[in-house]
Design a protein around this ligand. Structure first.
Ligand SMILES: Cc1cc2nc3c(=O)[nH]c(=O)nc-3n(C[C@H](O)[C@H](O)[C@H](O)COP(=O)(O)OP(=O)(O)OC[C@H]3O[C@@H](n4cnc5c(N)ncnc54)[C@H](O)[C@@H]3O)c2cc1C
Ligand code: SF4
Length: 660
């Protein structure tokens, strides 16, 4: 495509000025430095108005995540005062800025390194998702299998109520459920089908297929993820921990991978005294979930080049693995599963369990953020929620729900925060503790031949050779500039040469079965603080995952692999993989992201060491239940969504029996 400066744009519809003139100057200087004009891809960030686009995206967020970006901008700008001569970054000339950026990548000053890393992800995301840039590398977002000319089946119309249909109201129900994700949706279906009057309150917006089709993946990130995906743990290293915030919860934006909990894990939970969670007890619950959400192995025609490469490498090494089981019906391989499925193939909760629940009479509310649990006479009696304006996020009214049972399913970060804010369930002192997140690294490799690995299922092939050692690998390739790809290359090169080679890249993500060392606490009226420091044992597992990914890629014929370790930006042969294994790396050297929070209100056999009993009942508070990822007693070692769903179905069935 011929590109001219007349194509310049400044942002997206609905643009709002949210940065000060100073912050705009810093952002502009950073964009120009990271992505100057010329080189392998002609337009620079300044030519395309990337800074304006970033500001427009930030305009869609609430003030807290925006504040984080503003702090990173000012912080990074000021770090240059440590240079010679001392000067703020945005005041340096182009050459000095470039040198400062390069030195910052390997700086021993963590805030300097991490502020740059965070801002670089944002700049690359905005630049790469510009359709003019995407088309220069051949990305068109087309599915691998052509769509039926008659179009996809009609969209699912889910009856959801929100502002302005509801402003202030008092509602009475049998059960109120907080959150509509994997746990909340399955619970709503089970309880409503048992004949109970169920109300589901969800903070996020309702999602319709047309919202997904009409927006770029980067914009969907800012719409469907909490805080635009800018959620992190505090500790060493800082870990990105994105979560969904929508009707359907994180399942709307997840990759659709469905692993049953390994028998060894269920056996350990059972051995700890938790009744009816052994492999035989859980099998029927998993069967039922599989049926509702259409779990099946990725069909061969949508496995895509990324899955092919990983399969080839794993088979060459004789390692066990296979096409991933996913919740899909009619998948065409668009490869954008983590930004909402444009053809409703991925059977997220808003397309599977919630319509069933609604058909059985459950009432679903969007844009309603539960503020507190109502406690009357020592028992849970319902909740109080703020009704939010979907355009501004501002409070417009209040919803009081009275219920015989209150179910928390706000996810493993916000459920413990709700409990902690009101000092509930404190006797075991375990609320918010034992947080597991499955941290992992993305490892990218370059091949001679073009792969266009974005075509096909985003997460396609697994390698479980070392699952018993806590390392699971999954071939995962997101659209350009998003997800693993953004943080798993050592910069794009000043001439954007690495980015121009994106069609030649393949990528693997690792999942580590970590120790539950994280901790969640409530912060202010609705915020949270997530503390997590990677242990040395878990850091060793991450490094083993990177080394295994590199071995798979070299076995499949890769030219170069990017382990993203300080001083080791790339390796070029299988012999060099030993540098990954033998290096003296610290946890803070690792670039990590995590997608599976769990365990922060764990279930157990006795009130002494757990927050809920084996059926999700909060030990300390009658009529209060937790049915989400918080209850997992430990890491499940695999992607957790169907573990959460199967446990929620089992716990909700028990609750239905007790209320009927
Ligand atoms: C990018 C990504 C990819 C993933 N891929 C996979 C995968 O392929 N396979 C897999 O098994 N798992 C995957 N996961 C994880 C999986 O989706 C989650 O483990 C699962 O959805 C958690 O279920 P939950 O019910 O605990 O919480 P969620 O599904 O997160 O639902 C919680 C809901 O509660 C709402 N909420 C929070 N606070 C309040 C409040 N105060 N009032 C009202 N509502 C509130 C939230 O907005 C949210 O919608 C992925 C996660 C991410 C982020
Ligand atoms: S599930 Fe993912 S790969 Fe399949 S059609 Fe939807 S977005 Fe595309």
């Amino acid at each position: 495509m011929e590109w001219t400066t007349d194509d310049r744009v400044s942002g997206v519809p609905g643009e709002v000025a949210v940065l000060s003139a100073y912050e705009r100057r810093v952002l502009g200087a950073l964009c120009e430095t990271l992505l100057p004009p010329g080189g392998a891809i002609a337009p620079g960030a300044a030519d395309l108005g990337t800074a304006g686009y970033i500001e427009a995206l930030l305009g869609r967020l609430e003030s807290r995540p925006r504040w984080l970006v503003r702090a990173m901008l000012a912080g990074f700008d000021l770090t240059a005062l440590l240079g010679r001569p001392p000067e703020m970054f945005h005041r340096l000339d182009a050459e000095a800025r470039h040198r400062w950026v390069e030195a910052s990548r390997t700086s021993t000053l963590r805030p300097r390194r991490e502020a740059l890393a965070g801002l670089e992800v944002l700049v690359e995301l905005a630049y790469a998702s510009d359709p003019r840039v995407a088309s220069l590398i051949g990305y068109d977002g087309a599915p691998l299998v052509p769509l039926d000319p008659a179009g996809p089946p009609p969209p699912v119309e889910l009856p959801v109520i929100g502002y302005p249909e509801v402003v202030d109201a008092r509602i009475v129900a049998d059960v109120v459920i907080v959150g509509s994700g994997a746990g909340g949706a399955v619970a709503a279906d089970t309880l409503a089908r048992a004949g109970l009057d169920v109300v589901v309150l969800e903070e996020g917006p309702a999602v319709h297929r047309s919202d997904i089709v009409d927006h770029r993946p980067a914009e969907r990130l800012f719409e469907l993820y909490r805080d635009g995906g800018l959620t992190f743990t505090l500790g060493s290293p800082v870990i990105s921990l994105p979560m969904g915030r929508a009707v359907g919860g994180t399942t709307v934006v997840n990759s659709g991978t469905c692993f049953r909990t390994p028998d060894t894990v269920l056996g350990a939970w059972e051995a700890s005294g938790i009744t009816s969670v052994g492999p035989d007890d859980m099998a029927p619950w998993f069967d039922a979930v599989d049926e509702v959400i259409g779990v099946q192995p990725v069909p061969e025609e949508v496995l895509g080049a990324n899955g092919d490469v990983v399969r080839r490498g794993a088979e060459e090494l004789g390692w066990s693995g296979g096409p991933i089981r996913r919740n899909i019906r009619g998948c065409h391989g668009h490869g954008v599963c983590a930004f909402g499925c444009p053809v409703d193939a991925k059977q997220a909760m808003h397309l599977s369990y919630l319509p069933r629940a609604a058909a059985a009479g459950a009432r679903l509310f969007s844009g309603t953020r539960v503020r507190r649990i109502r406690i009357e006479g020592g028992r849970a009696a319902g909740v109080v929620a703020d009704v939010l304006d979907p355009e501004t996020g501002r409070r417009r009214g209040g919803l009081h729900v009275s219920a015989r049972a209150t179910v928390l399913a706000a996810g493993a970060i916000f459920t413990p925060a709700l409990l902690a804010r009101q000092h509930l369930a404190r006797s075991s002192r375990q609320v918010g503790r034992n947080l597991v997140i499955h941290p992992g690294a993305g490892t990218t490799a370059r091949f001679d031949e073009p792969l266009r690995a974005w075509r096909g299922t985003m997460q396609s092939y697994y390698v479980d050779e070392k699952l018993a050692g806590g390392v699971l690998l999954e071939a995962t390739f997101p659209p350009p500039g998003l997800g693993y790809s953004a943080g798993s290359l050592p910069g794009w090169g000043r001439d954007k040469s690495l980015f121009a080679l994106y069609p030649h890249m393949a990528s693997i993500g690792s999942i580590i079965g970590d120790a539950g060392v994280g901790r969640v606490g409530a912060l202010g009226r609705s915020g949270v603080a997530i503390r997590y420091s990677l242990t040395r044992d878990d850091a060793a597992k991450v490094l083993e995952g990177i080394a295994m990914a590199a071995e798979i890629f070299f076995a499949a014929g890769a030219v170069e692999v990017y382990p993203m370790l300080p001083g080791l930006p790339s390796i070029r042969s299988v012999a060099e993989v030993r540098y990954v294994r033998e290096g003296r790396w610290r946890p803070s050297d690792l670039h990590l992201s995590a997608y599976h929070p769990m365990g922060s209100a764990r279930m157990g056999a006795s009130p002494a060491g757990s927050v809920v009993d084996p059926h999700g009942r909060v030990w300390d508070v009658p009529d209060l239940f937790v049915f989400d990822g918080s209850v997992l007693p430990s890491s499940c070692h695999v992607n957790p969504q169907i573990t959460i769903m199967a446990l929620a179905a089992r716990m909700a069935a028990r609750l239905a029996d007790s209320l009927s």
